[in-house]
Ligand binder design. Structure first.
Ligand code: MN
Length: 227
């Protein structure tokens, strides 16, 4: 069987200590999942149902550079725990959710905050604010088989060595199994799906030349230079 146009390149993420790669199907992101970040963005951190948005699979990037995107002058960093699924389904129970996870990574949900503010003000979608080229740098995927399923641990981000974000995974409003359960009520999840689980407080702008380093203790670390 041939295709009428060239096949798009698959999105393949490096896996720690492996020659094999993790193929990406979809990318889901959780909004406002740490109370301190919800407050800093001007929202009530009470436990309302989680909400989701998406990035494109090929927005995931494992290079050393983050190209500053066009049409924004206020691009913010958001360090997040990333989940990589090995299986999925509909209406997965929280009790079964961890069985769906292949591994974890640390990633950055780069956001055109100025475009997001405009979208919020006019009731428009966040696509241009969130799903732009290279908008989601991620570390290698670390298999759960190697590290288990982290429920706490320092999550941090520094710019040029100065701490900007610091939190703990145990501050997530919706925990990893609950995120999978909620998401699978809305969408059929499957192997290759990647979920970004929200950011702790301290988000802020990056500039060209900045060295942005981040990590989750016990999971992974990542460094990108803004170019
Ligand atoms: Mn985010």
């Amino acid at each position: 069987m041939t295709t009428v146009i060239p096949l798009p390149a698959p999105v393949l993420l490096a896996v720690m200590n492996s020659e094999q790669t993790f193929p990406v199907r979809r990318v889901y992101c959780v909004g406002r999942n740490y109370a301190a970040h919800a407050i800093e963005m001007g929202h009530d951190p009470t436990r309302e149902p989680p909400f989701f948005f998406q990035k494109n699979p090929d927005n995931l990037a494992q290079g050393a550079e983050f190209p500053y995107p066009p049409l924004s002058t206020d691009v913010h960093h958001e360090v997040e725990l990333v989940i990589a699924l090995k299986q999925g389904g509909d209406a997965i129970s929280a009790a079964d959710a961890l069985d769906c996870i292949y591994g974890y990574a640390v990633g950055i949900d780069f956001t055109r905050r100025d475009l997001q503010a405009q979208a919020k003000a006019s009731g428009k979608p966040w696509t241009a604010a969130k799903a732009f080229e290279h908008s989601a740098p991620v570390s290698q995927i670390v298999p759960a088989q190697a590290i288990g399923h982290p429920v706490n641990g320092n999550i941090w981000l520094k710019i040029n060595g100065e701490t900007k974000q610091q939190g703990d995974l145990n501050q997530m409003i919706w925990k990893v199994p609950e995120i999978i359960a909620e998401l699978s009520k809305l969408f059929t999840l499957a192997a290759g799906d990647v979920i970004m689980t929200g950011t702790p407080s301290g988000v802020g702008p990056v500039s060209r030349g900045d060295v942005v380093s981040c990590g989750i203790d016990g999971v992974a670390a990542l460094t990108v230079t803004v170019v």
